[in-house]
Design a protein around this ligand. Structure first.
Ligand code: MRU
Length: 348
């Protein structure tokens, strides 16, 4: 049903270059840490879970090519790769989640046999990938209970197979409903400034022959006012202990509008997106990207550019109180989210 964004086969890591979509479906190989870091910075690969998976495989490939004389040197070089990968994008906690798992392996207290550590690193990267695949499946299955038949769903950014190791989180719920034969219509927000909705989600849905309509971000309120939206679903880049959700800029506006119009609004995310070290959303680092991304369609003369003030945060925080709930791979949690999150992670 879907085209995988990340393929690891015959010791080679390939990703779909998402900057080429929807015009071209092209896989590129990532051979080194600097190459992976550039690909992440340029959003050739993006989406919180996908970032973690790619970082894990890249760290393994780095471990494979290093030829250190001693374990201490090997570890030092991997620590450096860890830091470089982690610094690429600050908001998506899945990057840290995956890198920390890899670090735990190469810090192996049971012995410093480098070739054994390499094998374990590969197994861990594969496991991170596979677990995300399963988590997406589970999110889809749990989310199904929130979907009526027929249902019109509004979604934001891209949370599908291009953003994860499976069929997606919020989009996973949509795929699960379609697979069950539900009559679904999806409103896809453009997702300014980089058009992850227009370029990626719309492409995925077209590819899967799922009925959908593209709207500009600012059309969402009008659609809701006309009773054209039954459910709002988006993903998450990091979820704080109190249930505040960092996600693509515009998610907060959508949740606020959904509240005004009494439409259920859910974030969908695997356990790896929860950051229990963070009490509330205001502590989540928000990536600010080059303001030029905002201006790409507007034909300003270069000589005017220095006079234009730009502010381009890539994410915002939806306060927990604006969400009806969160769809996780372990089940759906509803209000009060803080208590439910505590319970969820206690039982794990
Ligand atoms: O800047 P991006 O494209 O990486 O932002 C992605 C999002 O905000 C997604 O909604 C989020 O990572 C969840 S993906 C399952």
């Amino acid at each position: 049903m879907y085209t995988p964004a990340i393929v690891f086969a015959r010791e080679k890591l390939s990703i779909i270059d998402q900057t080429r979509l929807p015009r071209r479906l092209e896989y590129i190989e990532l051979h080194s840490i600097p190459q992976t870091c550039t690909a992440i910075n340029q959003l050739k690969i993006r989406g919180a879970p996908a970032l973690g998976i790619v970082a894990a495989y890249s760290l393994y490939l780095a471990a494979k090519t290093l030829r250190p004389a001693r374990y201490e040197l090997f570890k030092k070089q991997l620590d450096d790769s860890y830091r470089r990968l982690l610094a690429t994008r600050p908001t998506a906690v899945n990057l840290k989640y995956a890198l920390d798992r890899m670090k735990k392996i190469y810090n192996n207290p049971d012995g410093h046999n480098i070739s054994r550590i390499r094998k374990l690193l590969l197994a861990e990267a594969r496991e991170i990938h596979l677990q995300d695949h399963h988590a997406c499946q589970q999110i889809g299955e749990h989310g199904l209970q929130l979907v009526s038949n027929p249902c019109t769903i509004l979604t934001h950014c891209n949370t599908g197979s291009l953003a994860t190791g499976g069929w997606g989180t919020a989009l996973g719920v949509i795929y699960a409903a379609v697979e069950k034969g539900y009559k679904i219509h999806v409103y896809v927000t453009e997702t300014r400034p980089l058009g992850q909705g227009a370029r990626l989600t719309y492409w995925e849905l077209l590819h899967n022959k799922i009925p959908c309509t593209l709207i500009v971000d600012s059309c969402a309120g009008f659609l809701m006012q006309q009773h054209k939206v039954d459910l709002v679903l988006f993903g998450a880049d990091r979820i704080a202990r109190n249930g505040d959700v960092a996600n693509k800029i515009g998610s907060y506006s959508l949740a606020s509008l959904a509240r005004v119009h009494r439409i259920p609004c859910y974030a969908a995310a695997p356990a790896s997106t929860f950051d229990l070290s963070i009490a509330a959303g205001k502590q989540i680092p928000i990536e600010e990207r080059n303001g030029k991304e905002i201006l790409q369609f507007y034909n300003y003369n270069n000589n005017l550019l220095p006079f234009i003030r730009l502010y381009n945060p890539a994410f915002d925080i939806t306060p927990a109180r604006l969400l009806t709930g969160i769809i996780t791979d372990q089940g759906i949690i509803k209000q009060p989210l803080a208590g439910e999150i505590k319970k969820l992670f206690k039982s794990n």
